[in-house]
Design a protein around this ligand. Sequence first.
Ligand SMILES: C[S@@+](CC[C@H](N)C(=O)[O-])C[C@H]1O[C@@H](n2cnc3c(N)ncnc32)[C@H](O)[C@@H]1O
Length: 206
Amino acid sequence: MTKQEILSNIKDEALNNKIPILQDDSLEAIKMILRISKPKKILEIGTAVGYSAIHFIKCLEEINVQCKLKTIEINEVNYNKALKNIQDMELNSSIEVIKADAREYLINIDEKKEQYDIIFIDAAKGQYLIFLENAIRLVKNGGIIIADNVLFKGMVLSDYNEHKNRTAVNRLRKYLSIINDDKRLKSTLLNIGDGLAISIVNKNDI
Ligand SMILES: C[S@@+](CC[C@H](N)C(=O)[O-])C[C@H]1O[C@@H](n2cnc3c(N)ncnc32)[C@H](O)[C@@H]1O
């Protein structure tokens, strides 16, 4: 099997198993950002089965950019599947998967020792504010924070107020208001996929 076929199988298997992977249009938008910014270090919060991480590294390899990607996954089944997929794609030297709750893991990263060009937030929506706080701390000056699912099936910009998703929706609303108001961030919201927020961080602008 070619690597392209393996990647295509990873996608099909994830969709069949209802694993929420990055949608095609959001993936293409992020790949464009990667091609322009040529990151050397990426941090991903929410690995699932490694689909987005593999795409990001393959995209950068195509333009001869050597990038290291660290990705964090809380779910053991997903974590093990991600390890296997990354192994099958022979990308172990570029992608490191951490089995952890990102809320705890991120807090323990020392920003003086570890800084990232791009941080991609794609995990539990109710935790985006904690992820953002840490992402601002861990991203390099001039780096980019990208968050997927910020429109949460249209609920975030509607008058949705039902009990079921209220906390997550309210936190995503707060996420959007912070990236709009925080002077360190220049942000845009793309109405593609499930909503993609992109923020460029300038820490000198505080
Ligand atoms: C939307 S999926 C990630 C999709 C992946 N980025 C892709 O596009 O291929 C979200 C993942 O985040 C994981 N997750 C949720 N909360 C987490 C947390 N606090 N720490 C680490 N992973 C978490 C879930 O188990 C799930 O696998």
